[in-house]
Design a protein around this ligand. Structure first.
Ligand SMILES: Cc1cc2nc3c(=O)[nH]c(=O)nc-3n(C[C@H](O)[C@H](O)[C@H](O)COP(=O)(O)O)c2cc1C
Length: 220
């Protein structure tokens, strides 16, 4: 396929001491990101959600296919329909579909089949991955879809944190109900459901320890 040619790279570069400082301060900032499950119902303007989603959509993707769609829902009735459908699936997950080992792992998070945050958070973003696209009515394959959408989700979560809001990465599986409720076409498969908003003032998060450097980095 013929591209659009080339242009000068416009990203900023810095001398090494500044690179050192910037990398450290970003690490310290990102280490404070937490998954929050207690949301405030304080409204968040659409313009902010737009900026966050467009940040996600700036992520790299296989052959630049950007194989994603972000449904941003603030409509109260629609959120309530989604919550009810998610709870139907999650009830079954917590009552037989998840293994005892899995349920045991989840105890530390104090989660159950109730999903009030879908109603309470001012926005719910449902990410869809596009296994293929349509160009002039023809099926066009996308490449490395899971990897690309995973990276875009990482951008999304970082943008939410950078804005000073919180998110919950949620997987009310199986998630096919999301495609039906949001009337998405056959080529779009639900990937994650992410409530976004301000945290409740008294929000609590589970105490977690993250892996140490020597467990996650192997130097050669
Ligand atoms: C793919 C994925 C699915 C997740 N699904 C759920 C979920 O359904 N419900 C939930 O409460 N948390 C869910 N989480 C959040 C994790 O429990 C959380 O990221 C993890 O405990 C680490 O905590 P932290 O995000 O605060 O660092 C999910 C996270 C990921 C990455």
């Amino acid at each position: 396929m013929q591209g659009k040619g080339f242009e000068p790279y416009q990203g900023k570069t810095y001398p090494l001491d500044e690179v050192e400082y910037r990398s450290k301060s970003f690490l310290e900032f990102m280490e404070k990101r937490r998954t929050v499950r207690d949301f405030s119902d304080q409204p968040v303007p659409q313009s902010i959600i737009r900026n966050i989603i467009m940040t996600a959509s700036s992520a790299p993707s296989g052959a630049h296919k950007q194989p994603w769609v972000f449904c941003a829902i603030s409509n109260t009735e629609l959120k309530s329909v989604i919550r009810k459908a998610a709870e139907v699936e999650e009830y079954q997950n917590y009552h037989g579909r998840m293994s005892d080992e899995w349920l045991d792992e989840l105890k530390q998070f104090n989660t159950d089949w109730n999903k009030p945050f879908i109603d309470i958070a001012p926005w719910v973003i449902v990410i869809f991955r596009k296994a293929y696209d349509f160009e002039n009515g023809e099926k066009k394959k996308n490449y490395y879809v899971q990897e690309s959408v995973g990276i875009a989700t990482g951008f999304l979560l970082s943008a939410i944190h950078q804005a000073g809001l919180v998110a919950l990465t949620h997987t009310p599986s199986p998630m096919n109900f999301l495609g039906r409720i949001l009337e998405r076409p056959e080529n779009e498969k639900p990937y994650l459901l992410i409530p976004v908003g301000y945290p409740l003032e008294q929000a609590q998060v589970p105490t977690l320890e993250r892996k140490k450097e020597d467990e996650v980095i192997i130097w050669y």
